[in-house]
Unconditional design. Sequence first.
Length: 355
Amino acid sequence: MAFESLSNDEISAAIGEMIPSLGVKEEEPFEPLSALILRKDLCGCGQEIASRLGLPVRILLSYVPKDFRPGDGVRFQTSGMSRTDKDGRGIDAITAQVFIPQSLPMFGTSKLQGYPIEVRVSEDCQLYPETFVAIMAHELSHVLLRSLCHPMRESEFYTDLVPILLGFRDVVKVGRKVVQRSTTESGNTTYTTTYGYLKDSQFDFAYRHVTEIVEDHRNKKRHLLATGGKLQRKLKTASRRLAAFRDHFAYLDKHPPKKMKPEHAQRVVQLHAQDYGSEWEGGITAVKKRIEAAEKFATPIKHYTSSAVMGLNNHRKALESATNQLNEVTEAIVGGERVLRRYVGFIYRLRRALP
């Protein structure tokens, strides 16, 4: 594939092809990875990158000497991830290579849990933390696509898109370029090395496009949680009105009014005949459970897979139904409480209103 000729439509189509199997993630924080690199715990950093990509594998890390050449004794999946500037100049490439056995277990199987993945990195890779993370994320994306038996698992272009989809957008944006400046008698010289297979314009489009998709899902999550918050406030109102209804009902049982409008008397008889208070309380409890289920589901979501997006939509519909249900219950409670309140003594109502 001629990467340089890819159009925005083709990149968008490729992203659309990958989302059903990978989903999209909110941006992951870089600081914990940076802290591991500063402690020179590159193995731990690689393990964390694998975990963020959803790979339950075990990283076995070793260092590549500066004179290492791909193919020296071990066959690795990829090599030469760096591209140079328009003049073909750049610093020595940072090496990160992953060995992917043909027997790699399938994603989701128990055999992939703790499966050893050999990684070789250059000795000086910690000098460029963002670049190290970007390259490792790319290399481990090969493992992910291979374990998924993805039809485009051999494509460097599709592999380049995986970290963008799975929460490494910002770190890749920074780390995909390394700039080295030198000063000589003839002046200052800048050398730039670009890592990855996408041109700057192509990467920028993919970055924006995926960010928009993530933000759309995140807004749906926020809307769901906001709807739950509004319902919680309505629940409190309904509960207060139900408590008032029950108090007034108990008061009238003890202090029957001497006179009552026929329609009100008929309503009180209906309220006695059927335990509306328990029925309304059951409706309030059902709505409360729906809110709790929606919040429990939505709050921790950062990875928007097909099932996660479906779940958000289902909970949204459930809360919409719960809103209508609560409105009906509250209206019925208020109607019953208003009837009873007409026959409750003023002093009792005043005392009840006091804190």
